[in-house]
Design a protein. Structure first.
Length: 315
């Protein structure tokens, strides 16, 4: 099969495109012919070796958590799927599972879902990590009805889902993005937009019940300047320092920190799928690259200022 993989930990120079042996489904797995796979910051962080203690030293490693495709075969003990079904889902890439940037992938049946009607393979592949991260982070912030929410990085991969989910749950949403993306923020129904290239977000004239930091670059200290006394700051990059601070804030009370990480329970997928069916949420695909151009896709992702999601299309 064709695959995009790394030969060691490091920079872009360790990435390769080429042929690797086809895997086989084990018991309890669904074997999927991949049609599309998206990129997430986790991919280049694994490539750099940020999590090498967990991800191990076995190479080559195929990157990519999110996928969409067609069931080719099922392993023993699998029910509910059959060859020809259109499915999507995510694999536990950080736990040494094969990634999705390849022609086919074996995935635990519990991590595979039928593709919702009316969306493409590319749109389905954009959903799992980004949409479920946004959903869980906002869920941990509590009831959003009639609350004010500021989303930093509101037109990026996680941010554009957070914007729409917050609106669907009844929040008043202020989107923070660059000049070129203010139109998208308004299109996604943001109530107000702050262009960070011309305005410091901490100088906003109002305070917010929730600051959702999809860009993970604001930090609790800055966010506190625009948070209500009992507001919540949600960070999508729960480093050890953030987690330690989170526990401290729980002890002393007042403004709190939320670790906005992905939760992938069936009910979480079902909630996102319902929002898509009701047209309250739609994936935004900023760019689609063929698999052999994944080098350019990674460069775009690492360069920042991504509009929506970047997706790879299998050839």
């Amino acid at each position: 099969m064709k695959a995009f993989f790394i030969t060691s930990y490091g920079g872009p120079e360790v990435m390769r495109y080429g042929d690797l042996p086809d895997p086989s489904p084990a018991r309890g797995e669904v074997f999927v012919a991949v049609k599309a796979a998206s990129l997430n910051p986790l991919d280049f962080k694994i490539r750099r070796g940020d999590f090498r203690i967990i991800t191990g030293y076995r190479f080559p490693k195929i990157l990519g958590s999110d996928f969409a495709g067609i069931v080719r075969d099922v392993g023993r003990g699998v029910s509910g799927f059959r060859p020809g079904d259109s499915v999507y889902g995510s694999t536990l890439l950080h736990l040494r599972k094969q990634g999705a940037h390849a022609g086919c992938i074996p995935v635990a049946a519990g991590r595979v879902r039928p593709i919702p009607n009316g969306i493409s393979f590319e749109e389905a592949a954009s959903l799992p990590v980004a949409a479920l991260t946004a959903l869980n982070g906002l869920r941990l912030c509590g009831d959003l009805a009639d609350r004010s929410v500021l989303i930093n990085g509101a037109t990026g991969g996680v941010g554009h889902f957070a914007l729409q989910i917050a609106k669907a749950r009844g929040a008043s949403v202020t989107a923070v993005c660059s000049t070129r993306n203010t139109d998208l923020a308004r299109e996604l129904a943001a109530d107000a937009v702050i262009d960070y290239t011309s305005q410091d977000v901490t100088q906003a004239r109002q305070v917010f019940d929730i600051v959702f930091d999809a860009h993970a670059g604001l930090g609790f200290a800055k966010a506190s300047q625009i948070l209500t006394p009992k507001g919540a700051y949600a960070n999508t990059l729960p480093t050890p320092g953030v987690l330690a601070h989170l526990l401290w804030r729980k002890l002393i009370g007042g403004r709190r920190i939320v670790a906005a990480n992905m939760r992938a329970r069936p009910e979480d997928y079902a909630e996102i799928e319902t929002m898509i069916r009701e047209r309250k949420v739609r994936p935004v695909i900023g760019a689609i690259f063929p698999l052999h151009e994944a080098f350019q896709a990674f460069a775009a992702l690492e360069g920042g200022r991504v509009r929506g999601k970047i997706v790879l299309r299998m050839e």
